[in-house]
Design a protein. Sequence first.
Lengths: 169, 322
Amino acid sequence: MRHIFLILTSLALIAGANAQSRKERKILFGSTYNYEVAVLGVGQDGTKVFKVWGYAKKVDDAIVQAKKNAVAACIFRGIPGGNGAAPTPAICREANAEETHADYFDSFFATGGKYLKYVNLTTDAVPSGQDRLKVKGGYKVGIAVQILYNDLRSDLEADGIARRLDAGF
Amino acid sequence: MKKIFLFLATISLSLAALAQAKKPTIMVVPSDVYCISNGFSQQFIANGVEQTLPDYKKMVQNDRNMRLAITKLAAIMADRGFPLKDLEQELKNLAQEEAEVAAMQGKEGGEIVESPIDKLKRTAKADIIMDLDFNVQKRGPQSYVNFNLRGLDAYTAKQIAGAAGSGQPSTAAAPELLLEEAVISYIDEFNGRLQSFFEDMFKNGREVKLQLKRFNSAAFDFEEEFDYDGDTKEFGDIVDAWLEKNCVQGRFSRVDGSSNMLKYEQVRIPLFKESSSGRQTAIDARGFANDLRAVLRKPPFGIDCKVYQRGLGEAWIVVGEK
């Protein structure tokens, strides 16, 4: 009897430790750092091609979020290497650029905002199979994107958000 | 009065803000291993020892793949604000310059004076070398490119940027396509590291080398003691004290020294100094060495010095005469 009690207590504790509260899920879904990116290969000159995931309650919203994440990854975190492509550094190299230029990025990433200018090609027909996973509280959706990386960098440099390579010379 | 003061303050601040550091020149140079392994090399016998050196002229005249890589890199770097010096054009210019110097005469028949040092200095150079190496490898029916791009500071001999790796194997793609893909793939990583180098330079000063040497006509050697700043010190220690005062955050390393030479590395010099007109002007190793020369010309030293420039990043002060 004592053994059964111990096993049940342990199981309850493990389950409790792994469970995400509704609040935690909401935070994760809304997190601006929650980008999952897998590089698909070397893109055409000036572009980056990778797969990116987005989370939302509805599939359509998750697709929109994935596109935002794709552009945000290029700006703030950089893109990892893979499939023959070398890693790409973040366009904004200063720490906390997102907070320093909060007003700029609020309008940049508003739904239907300027960020869409740099998302050239996606597979955003309703994804299926492993690219459309039902998770607790919504969907995790993966889309392949081509981002106009050089155009994005040039525009951010022109707007004074990113530092040019030849700045100061 | 207050308005005049404010106006003057605004003008001087604007001038300081507009000051631009001296822009380093960049050139793509094929690595020695690339040239030698592809047969673009020449052999010399120096002091009984056979030496193999890259033959850049032969390479630019025969290697289409390297030309393609250089063109691609140059286009990308020009977009980033750094038009590259072209090795091929530089070699042609040097040959043309040599012919013109030999042929040029004044109206009175005077010829251009050129010392052996002037002739030695007439070589293709840049402040930053993009040292490029690649080779196409086979794995069964597939080909892939091994790519290695290093950014070298020509004066400190430090690697300041780099990107290297292998591309994705392909059965169908031609070697030129694989090479182009490798350039596109690695250049952002390379430029990211180059940008870190520039950011460090703006924050901590330009890293240069400085050497002091003496002509045999100099009145003293570098172990002689002088009364300077209320203290009696060896000449070398006085130079150390001056560097500590004038380097960014007092950063420099004396790597070697004797009674005839002082050798400094990792000397962090400011990028700007205030000119006599109050403007912020960009300086390089030569400008910095000139300031030290001005100190040496005054008492208690009172000695003439020659400042010998080796690009943006290295200068020698030769004590004793001009």
